[in-house]
Design a protein around this ligand. Structure first.
Ligand SMILES: [Mn+2]
Length: 216
């Protein structure tokens, strides 16, 4: 998606014990940071204990993404795009937290609407649901419409939002489906997987990110 949008995708080295010099070199040499999908973040990064809910936790990946992501946000003005796990990582880096499982959200909100966000069935198919894009928002400016249908394969959901971010999309159950930076800088994250949806909306998200990355 990055390449199709005119950018050059580069994988970052997941060094076990990164230091600030490495962070500085990488941050200097890339134009934007994409935080991609993956397993659950260790809840120690948002002040909770590891539970039976967490799946696919990678301490090494968590350490690199949390510390490099924080360095990149604090020391550059370059764009950041978060996808799925990356959406959650961004919120955690900036001081927010997560429901460790959708069941926690259901229990805490006592809401009537319960929709499926998780993968389901024999082949672990992704669910699909509507999201409402809030406006004014950067995401609305990018997509140009208020309701879209997105895929969904997450069982954790953003709970407390970082005070440096604001909500830019919600699900029918008010689950947080997108966040963006309070301010001009391009920092945007989405809970769905646009890279697996072949439509205009997905292309617009990656094009906006690559375009923002090219501004010097
Ligand atoms: Mn969802």
């Amino acid at each position: 998606m990055i390449y199709s949008a005119g950018g050059i995708p580069v994988l970052l080295p997941n060094i076990e014990k990164p230091n600030e010099k490495l962070f500085c070199e990488i941050a200097h040499n890339i134009d934007g940071l994409l935080l991609s999908g993956g397993g659950d973040i260790s809840p120690e990064y948002y002040g909770k204990k590891l539970s039976s809910y967490e799946k696919g936790v990678s301490p090494r990946r968590d350490f690199f993404e949390f510390h490099f992501g924080k360095y990149f946000i604090e020391n550059t003005e370059k764009p950041v795009l978060g996808v799925c796990r990356g959406h959650q990582v961004l919120n955690v880096i900036l001081g927010g937290d997560l429901y460790q499982d959708i069941a926690e959200m259901w229990n805490s909100k006592k809401q009537i609407v319960k929709i499926e966000h998780r993968r389901h069935g024999e082949k672990e198919k992704r669910s699909w649901h509507k999201v409402r894009i809030l406006k004014p928002s950067k995401l609305f400016d990018i997509l140009g419409c208020q309701i879209i249908i997105v895929n969904s394969s997450h069982h954790q959901i953003v709970n407390i939002i970082s005070n440096r971010l604001k909500i830019s999309a919600i699900g029918p159950d008010e689950a947080n489906e997108a966040l963006e930076f309070n301010g001009e800088r391009f920092i945007l994250s989405i809970q769905w997987h646009p890279e697996s949806i072949d439509n205009e909306y997905s292309k617009k998200i990656f094009s906006a990110f690559v375009e923002a990355s090219m501004i010097k």
